[in-house]
Design a protein around this ligand. Structure first.
Ligand SMILES: [Zn+2]
Length: 195
């Protein structure tokens, strides 16, 4: 089975003319491989979290990117030896070699799922762990700092990003709720799904 550790809990604070925000970053260990999800845009925190795990950027085999927003992907390039699983028409980048990947490219215990809505090209992960099935949702589900984390599948997407589609977003949310025991949001705390 795989293991998931939240290295950085994503945050999002609204400012008068923008945001202070960086995504949730997880470390997954599976079949001897190390995978970073959504490295975010806070370099100091990311490097600090890696040091705590006694890892260097070169120890990471894969970087998973849920979608194109810079608060999720800006630091991807610091992992020089990694392959990149991307939203970009489901292509894996190995330097300049771009190949289509299958949903289990990261191993038997990690499934890559298309979860459009927040933006059209959006991926999430479902990881089978000893604790249960954990969905790393990206921005299918996220909260502003200080907002109460009562999950409602119809809740507003605060970003109102170009290409946001509420109907698709609700379908993606339903799907994650059905298959996961725990959900890790793009910004906010991990929560247990009430079945
Ligand atoms: Zn986003």
């Amino acid at each position: 089975m795989a293991e998931v550790k939240v290295l950085i809990e994503g945050y999002a604070k609204e400012r008068e003319n923008g945001w202070v925000a960086s995504s949730t970053t997880c470390l997954i260990t599976s079949e001897g491989k190390k995978i970073i999800t959504d490295p975010g845009c806070n370099r100091e925190r990311l490097l600090g979290a890696l040091i705590k795990e006694k890892l260097t950027t070169n120890d990471i085999d894969y970087v998973f990117l849920s979608h194109c927003h810079p608060d999720h992907i800006l630091l991807a390039g610091i992992f020089e030896k990694a392959k990149f699983i991307t939203f970009d028409t489901n292509l894996m980048y190995d330097k300049d070699s771009l190949t289509e990947f299958g949903e289990q490219v990261l191993g038997r215990d990690i499934k890559i799922i298309e979860t459009p809505g927040h933006v059209l090209e959006h991926l999430s992960l479902l990881v089978i762990t000893p604790k249960g099935k954990i969905a790393i949702a990206g921005d299918v589900i996220w909260w502003i700092d200080g907002e109460k984390q009562n999950f409602d599948i119809n809740q507003k997407d605060h970003s109102q990003a170009k290409g946001m589609n509420m109907k698709k977003l609700i379908t993606s949310r339903k799907r994650l709720l059905e298959i996961a025991d725990y959900i890790i949001p793009g910004h906010g705390r991990m929560f247990k799904v009430n079945k």
